[in-house]
Design a protein around this ligand. Structure first.
Ligand code: BG6
Length: 511
């Protein structure tokens, strides 16, 4: 098993140290849509190292030039889509493209790794790049273990004090607790924990990072952030997209594995964790893992709902049912929506329900965290029952309309005492100019500078799988549990409303 080695730190905002990036899956969709535009953005903002090389690795045969053209096309398409094609930084784009070469390889063949080693040496010499290397696994999960084994056997991930070797692993990290543990053990044969960067792209989103800042860089929230003041918390990740062209992946994955133990639980952890002793990677990740380990065992029969979209409509347009989508079995029982109620057994949160929901083909694309505060204990206002006072809510809006909103009651002008609901509404775009980004910029940069704060440590991955284990067992293969349904373009199934209605609560409407 490899040992942890400390490398010199680069300060945030400084150019990353000289390194090469090797992307496995260089011909794939992730590389094209997200990684390449992100690398261009890093070049444009002077964060990419001066001495840098990129080797794209994939199965298809391609010349260096064809690969560079493919990347150029991807960056230009991204720029056009984000409406800045006119202002594209041509010289940085050119520099980036010139640093790229391509290797056609069979991920399962040892000879390919020998060729990769030679190619690395060659670019390090010809482009005066240091021996630091980031291996980015932008490939299907079934390849992760095999690629890392080969990297290990061919000596490509051995570190010294003078250079680092890091491996970025995309999600999904396993498909349940046991498989995640097996994969982890396999990776640890060749890599130290500090060399493994487990990706959760939600952590690259500015607004997700802002949850911690909002909580811990302001004095007014933390005193209220506990069971004395908070009635419940809702976490919503609603998408309008259906399964699109990903049926092969989605049919065997479903909404829960795809979204919950990773993205949704990261939001849960950031909302519920204790203050870390610093923003150091281990301090933050300790707290996140601690809170996930405090989630009490979920009862699948009473505390969770899974559902699949049926036909519906949005803006007058008819929408297909999941079972009618290309590549989906006509009798598929894969869930496209999941909701659950969780409790956290610690002094801060005991008794405060956390309701989580995520789904595809819903009425709106909306990701947010809503903190609902307790009602005032009694009403001072004659003729106004306490129950009629709407509780205060703080909504952290993650996407697409990024910001935060606080709702509260105010007097409606006039001789009568009447209370109206008003809101203070902060929109990011009103304050900060943000250049179009993919969210991967921060994560690639952080890996280059060795800051693992925004990557998942193995214990937090395992904690996530452990929470959903009872649900996976209950709903698993061959299960006779029925699946609820909801109309595509709606806010989700009635069964999910019932999860809250039993305690006189309701989901915040998607709006
Ligand atoms: C991915 C899931 O991890 O996240 C997709 O596999 C999902 O199914 C996507 O659509 C959502 O990410 P974003 O950044 O579009 O909100």
């Amino acid at each position: 098993m490899a040992q942890d080695i400390e490398h010199p730190k680069t300060l945030h905002g400084e150019r990353a140290p000289s390194c090469s990036i090797v992307i496995f899956g260089a011909g794939g969709d992730l590389t094209k849509r997200l990684l390449m535009p992100a690398l261009y953005n890093l070049a444009r903002t002077n964060l990419l190292p001066d001495n840098f090389a990129l080797i794209g690795v994939d199965r298809l045969e391609m010349s260096d030039l064809a690969f560079q053209n493919h990347v150029e096309e991807a960056v230009r398409a991204f720029a056009a889509d984000k409406h800045y094609a006119q202002t594209l930084d041509e010289s940085n784009l050119k520099r980036l493209l010139q640093s790229m070469s391509y290797l056609s390889a069979d991920f399962a063949d040892a000879a390919s790794y020998q060729q990769l080693g030679e190619k690395l040496k060659q670019v390090q010499q010809s482009q005066q790049v240091s021996e630091n290397v980031m291996f980015y696994l932008a490939v299907g999960a079934r390849f992760f273990g095999g690629i890392v084994d080969h990297l290990g056997q061919s000596g490509l991930v051995g570190e010294t004090n003078n250079f680092w070797r890091r491996v970025v692993v995309e999600k999904p990290f396993g498909h349940d607790l046991a498989s995640a543990q097996t994969l982890n053990t396999q990776l640890r044969h060749s890599l130290a924990e500090t060399q493994i960067y487990r990706m959760d792209h939600f952590l690259g989103k500015e607004t997700v990072q802002n949850i911690m800042l909002m909580r811990f860089a302001n004095g007014i929230f933390e005193p209220l952030w506990n069971r004395d003041h908070i009635d419940h918390v809702q976490i919503t990740v609603a998408e309008t997209v259906g399964v699109e062209k990903r049926a092969a992946f989605y049919e065997t994955t479903g909404a829960m594995r795809d979204m919950v133990p990773n993205h949704v639980f990261q939001l849960l952890a950031l909302t519920a964790m204790e203050s870390p002793s610093s923003f150091d990677a281990n301090a933050v990740r300790n707290e996140k893992t601690k809170v996930l380990n405090s989630v009490h065992r979920v009862n699948p029969a009473t505390d969770a709902v899974r559902a699949q979209y049926s036909t519906g409509q949005r803006d007058g347009q008819a929408l297909k049912a999941y079972r009618q989508e290309d590549g989906v079995a006509a009798d598929s029982s894969t869930e496209t929506y999941v909701a659950m109620k969780l409790g956290i057994d610690n002094w801060r949160w005991a008794g405060v329900p956390f309701y989580l929901r995520t789904g595809k083909a819903m009425s709106k694309r909306q990701s947010e965290i809503m903190i609902q505060f307790k009602r005032p204990p009694f009403s001072l206002f004659r003729n106004t029952a306490t129950e009629a006072l709407t509780p205060n809510g703080l909504v952290i809006k993650l996407q697409p309309d990024e910001g935060a909103m606080l709702t509260f009651g105010a007097k409606i002008p006039g001789p009568k005492i009447e209370i109206g609901q008003v809101k203070m509404d902060f929109h990011y775009k009103d304050y900060f100019q943000n250049a179009p980004s993919t969210g991967y910029e921060t994560l690639i940069y952080d890996c280059m500078i060795g800051d693992a704060t925004l990557f998942q440590r193995s214990d937090s991955v395992m904690a996530g799988w452990d929470i959903v284990k009872p649900l996976q067992e209950h709903w698993g293969q061959g299960s006779s549990q029925p699946i609820a349904s909801y109309a595509a373009g709606s806010d989700g199934p009635a069964e999910s409303d019932a999860l809250l209605n039993t305690s006189q609560r309701s989901w915040r409407a998607l709006s």
